[in-house]
Write a protein that binds this ligand. Structure first.
Ligand code: MGP
Length: 222
């Protein structure tokens, strides 16, 4: 019995086209741009260097696809502490930050120095249940500009993995912008489905950097 191979067809211009060639829509090959470009940083704990010198830029991205490529490639905060014996530098990272391109994850940066952070401290039990989920949701809030106009105030987010309880924070650029800060705090809490009675506090970087004890006073809380 004769079999029929797919035959090439002639286009009006005389070019031949295979009928099996997939037709790609622009959606399939154009990456989806984000409103801002973001940068991923981590902290390499070298005792011979100052805190700011230990900050390392890993990568930058400005599309949804590149965000997921990077997200899937890096270890989640939870694994990072479990895999602490690994020789891979990034696994030793206990401080990881996503900042808008052009802003360094330090209080001293021009775009941070008048700002502060919404801070969430997690209990030890939450490392297994909540840390990675909260961190991913935080990143999605950032790249998705989820806080309406207040998103303009967002500089980035930081995760600290620590024996005494992990911390996730959203950094904003001006601690006097009460309205924007409150919008961010309330929507952030909703997004993480935090119980109403669980309060999170906002602290200025100025207060955090000059604190003498172990706690910094909250300027706002939700
Ligand atoms: P941390 O990274 O917030 O960690 O700050 P941790 O373990 O939560 O510390 P704690 O004191 O809140 O319990 C740890 C230390 O890193 C600070 O005391 C500073 O010495 C230094 N550090 C942290 N940050 C975010 C900065 C910064 O932006 N600039 C400078 N110069 N030092 C910083």
């Amino acid at each position: 019995m004769a079999t029929s191979e797919p035959r090439e067809t002639e286009t009006e211009e005389g070019r031949s086209e295979s009928p099996t060639a997939p037709v790609m829509s622009p959606e399939q090959y154009i990456k989806h741009p984000l409103q801002h470009r973001w940068a991923l940083w981590y902290f390499k704990n070298d005792k011979n260097k100052s805190w700011t010198e230990n900050l390392r830029l890993i990568s930058k991205f400005d599309t949804v696809e590149d965000f997921w490529a990077l997200y899937n490639h890096i270890q989640q905060p939870n694994n990072r502490i479990l895999d602490i014996s690994s020789s891979t530098e990034i696994l030793k990272c206990k401080f990881c930050a996503f900042l808008q391109d052009g802003i360094k994850p330090m209080w001293e940066d021009e775009r941070n120095k008048l700002g502060g952070r919404w801070l969430m401290t997690l209990s030890k039990q939450q490392r297994h249940n909540d840390l990675d989920r909260f961190w991913m949701e935080t990143l999605l809030c950032l790249i998705g500009e989820s806080f309406d106009e207040a998103s303009e105030d967002v500089c980035g987010a930081v995760v600290n993995v620590r024996p005494k309880g992990d911390k996730i924070s959203i950094w904003t650029g001006n601690c006097q912008n009460r309205e924007a800060i409150m919008t961010i705090g309330q929507q952030y809490k909703d997004r993480l489905s935090l119980p109403l009675k669980m309060l999170i506090g906002y602290q200025s970087h100025d207060d955090t950097s000059s604190k003498s004890g172990s706690t910094t006073k909250n300027m706002y809380s939700v």
